[in-house]
Design a protein around this ligand. Structure first.
Ligand code: ZN
Length: 305
């Protein structure tokens, strides 16, 4: 993870133009010096979290703080976005009304390595909060956060249209057709009670039938590791204690959404809906905002390179 970069502090140390207007120069120099001191203070080594906090505060206010007042910012965009033009496809896992369309979602589709159901209903908490509700909520929050960074966001579906699916092969195709710079499928798991924590699923190197992930394995791993780190910090949720050997990362070759992707893509299982401790987090809207924040930060870091 690297938040220390020229994207948020580069405007600060610019030099005033030299010219005949010495009066204007005299007025600018103190301001530039103060700006430089602010730059030095903010950019000093302080660890990842400190830098991230500084970054967040700078972008939240629309522009780096300027002790010289607002006049110097009037003639340039307040928050130039280096992510304009970047495309992220968010795939909310399952569909809230899949359970009403079992025939359609049970139809088998080709995922390269084998044939699998078009889609599944997903899981739910013991109290009945469905995975599809969870994934849609987090996806909406994530979309908002990414759009605030200037990213163009597309969802594979938005709950009501279509009424089921889309099928996993179609979910991958939507990311491919959008030429997404990154794609993520949001899920929550349905493991046994006592199984806790989250994990990020990376594509295995697959070259079979219509699946060829060889070009995306590397960048997807980079994307997934970044999301894992930022999600862990943002949510306080633990790494999975039941898959991934404590790494929070799992590589799979049996998911159509990954096998058929030609763009960097990962899945995240945000927690285990069947565990009461995890369910308490997953059903909490403030926590879901943290989840979206962590995922967003991981994606943004990846997009910035
Ligand atoms: Zn799922």
């Amino acid at each position: 993870m690297s938040y220390v970069g020229p994207d948020f502090d580069s405007p600060q140390p610019r030099r005033p133009r030299r010219g005949p207007l010495t009066v204007a120069l005299a007025a600018l120099v103190p301001g530039a010096l103060i700006g430089w001191f602010v730059y030095e203070a903010v950019a000093s080594p302080g660890g990842d979290s400190g830098s991230a906090a500084a970054h967040s505060s700078a972008t939240a206010s629309g522009a780096p703080a300027s002790p010289t007042g607002t006049a110097s910012n009037d003639d340039k965009p307040p928050n130039p976005s280096p992510l304009k033009g970047k495309v992220v496809v968010i795939d909310p896992g399952h569909n809230i009304t899949n359970f009403q369309h079992t025939a359609e979602i049970n139809r088998k589709v080709d995922i390269g390595t084998n044939w699998k159901e078009c889609d599944t209903t997903g899981t739910s908490t013991n109290a009945g909060y469905s995975e599809a509700q969870f994934t849609m909520d987090v996806s909406h929050r994530l979309r908002t956060l990414l759009e605030q960074q200037g990213v163009t966001v597309k969802l594979t579906h938005d709950g009501d249209s279509p009424a089921w699916g889309p099928c996993v092969d179609q979910r991958a195709k939507i990311g491919n057709d959008a030429h997404a710079d990154a794609a993520i499928s949001i899920h929550a798991d349905g493991a046994a009670a006592g199984d806790r924590g989250f994990h990020v699923i990376l594509p295995a190197s697959v070259h079979a039938g219509s699946a060829d992930t060889r070009a995306i394995v590397g960048p997807s791993a980079l994307l997934g590791r970044g999301i894992k780190t930022d999600y862990l910090r943002a949510t306080g949720e633990q790494l999975s204690n039941y898959v991934g050997d404590g790494t929070g990362l799992v590589t799979r070759e049996d998911l159509g959404g990954l096998n058929l992707s030609t763009v960097p893509k990962v899945f995240i299982e945000c927690g285990n809906m069947r565990d009461s401790n995890d369910a308490a987090l997953l059903t909490n809207s403030a926590w879901r905002q943290k989840a979206a924040q962590g995922i967003s930060e991981g994606i943004v870091s990846f997009l910035r390179g």
